[in-house]
Design a protein around this ligand. Structure first.
Ligand SMILES: CC(C)(COP(=O)(O)OP(=O)(O)OC[C@H]1O[C@@H](n2cnc3c(N)ncnc32)[C@H](O)[C@@H]1OP(=O)(O)O)[C@@H](O)C(=O)NCCC(=O)NCCS
Length: 212
């Protein structure tokens, strides 16, 4: 099933534009009620309806960068008084889906979540910040890195989790379609991230060939 058939995913698409660091570029939730629109990222102007096969503009990492915030509530906490890992994974997935959709402008589905490292615990009342950025674009797939932090009252962020997800662009028949937007790398750090992602993509392919 596509993520866009899932009400949680649709809600996050509505909510996330408000949380986006450059929310002026994403002027309102209504624009995210469907994926019918795509945007010219240079001038933030709505330019046409998105159809399968449309040519999409190339994009920078910042064009799809997504930040989501949670203040941890009782329902997020497990029996040991810490953030329930499954809840965090679902938030991570939502952020990664939003990043991928912002990049490719089509429906996407999550193919894999890996290198999911829980580094620190989080507790009731903590301010949790989840940041997703695209690291690599393949033919039909995209790798998204998601970092989760606890933000202290002095503004410092302490990493609690890092994950890499593979999202696949899918068409109306739920099968993979090419990602039209290339990724524009703006500096050497982004180039290094791309090269590292390329190695991970190759490793994933090898693991699949080996039935791992
Ligand atoms: C993900 C899915 C669309 C891939 O379909 P497929 O027929 O295997 O397609 P392909 O083999 O052509 O792979 C398509 C792309 O996905 C990548 N891919 C496929 N399986 C993958 C996996 N397990 N891990 C990472 N990447 C994967 C391939 O490398 C390829 O990338 P590329 O085009 O950039 O080179 C399909 O397996 C699927 O629908 N899975 C269920 C997804 C789902 O329901 N997710 C949870 C709900 S959101």
């Amino acid at each position: 099933m596509s993520c866009l058939h899932n009400p949680i995913c649709i809600n996050i698409l509505i909510i996330l534009p408000i949380c986006h660091p450059d929310h002026r570029k994403y002027p309102g939730p209504l624009l995210y009620l469907s994926l019918l629109h795509r945007y010219n990222t240079e001038n933030s102007r709505k330019i046409s309806l998105l159809r399968q096969g449309d040519i999409m503009a190339d994009k920078r990492i910042t064009d799809s960068l997504t930040e989501q915030i949670h203040i941890l509530r009782y329902e997020d906490i497990n029996g040991s008084g810490r953030l329930f890992g499954g809840t965090l994974v679902s938030w991570i997935d939502e952020v990664a889906v939003a990043v991928a959709i912002r990049h490719c402008g089509t429906q996407v589905t999550t193919a894999s979540i890996d290198n999911l490292q829980f580094k620190e615990a989080a507790y009731l009342g903590d301010l949790l910040v989840i940041v997703g950025r695209i690291t690599y674009v393949g033919r039909t797939s995209m790798e998204v890195r998601v970092d989760s932090y606890i933000e202290k009252s002095d503004g410092t962020r302490h990493p609690i989790n890092r994950a890499f997800l593979t999202l696949v662009s899918i068409g109306t028949d739920d099968t993979p379609i090419p990602v039209e937007s290339k990724l524009i790398l703006s500096n050497s750090a982004e180039e290094t991230e791309w090269e590292n992602a390329k190695k991970r993509v190759e490793l994933r392919k090898q693991r699949r060939r080996e039935g791992f």
